[in-house]
Design a protein around this ligand. Sequence first.
Ligand code: SF4
Length: 344
Amino acid sequence: MTTVREIQDGFEKKMLSAYGGRRSPYEPTSHWASNIGHPCRYYLWARWKKWEEFPRPDDYLLGVFAQGRDGERLVIQDLMKAGYDVTEQEKSYRDDTVRVSGRIDLRLSSELIRRYVEENSDFSVPRYWGIPTEIKNVNSHSYDEMTGGFRFMFRSFRPWVRKYPMQALGYGKLIGEPFVAMIIRDKNSRQTHLLIERVSDYKTEIKQCRERLLYVNSCLDTGATPEPMDYDHIWCHRCDAWSLCPQSSTPRGKNLEILNDEMTERFRELNAIAEAAKPHVSAQTRARKEIREALEKMERLPANVGERVITAGTSLVIEATRNRRGVFVKINDKGGEDALSTEE
Ligand code: SF4
């Protein structure tokens, strides 16, 4: 018999193939511009050398990519409607000295943009020149952060945001442009912000990136393996190369303390105490549950005082509050006998 589940499965698969996406990996011949802002040499090396072992993008990620492409198309439509000149969409660039390639989203131009670049650089702006521009469709939290500019993005706690500026600056450097732009769109509200950044303001970051890439390239040529960076919560925490990385077999990480004997012994003792207390904790939980169930069956909590209930024997005070989610119980043994013994 046909089930709804079968229909749903067929529907999901058809929709997935409709928005497309490449699930199968392919051997890289360059570093992707979107990755060059990654600070870990091992990661950049693994992306190239161990490409077959990286996890394949799942349905969620393919959907995110597709949404990004759709978002870009919408932004371009809006730019044109707003009267901006948009040229060189999706044009590929490649720099073999650092082995980086990528596709710039578009070149953006207007009278005002051209005048600004002319006034603020010694670049003589050709008639149909546009500023190399990267489009980013992001959620509202990232939007607020990113509109602060590249300096803020470099310090973001979102690793993907940290990589964005170097992607744009990389294009600027590859093509030899004095300025790059980023159009940031909040995909919820469609608010759109334009950043224009001077490439030479980020000399240090670009130099570090270049050195990193040259080092990784030399490892690729000589067969050496770069060291992973020290464990970094931002980058390593959800790194898609984690299972390939030597960090995963040294869980202490390089920066963490090794416990001395005294601390190890104390932790062992504390752990034994915690283990021994377990049955009491579960007995206490069971006892509380029983009281709560009894209270929940009552129309009104006994001895109602506003929302808080205090009902008591001489030695035991039960404080219970009831809200839409049920009854919450706190038991205070005020001296006297422990009427709710936690013994098994
Ligand atoms: S887990 Fe950390 S050290 Fe290892 S590849 Fe990823 S970023 Fe680099």
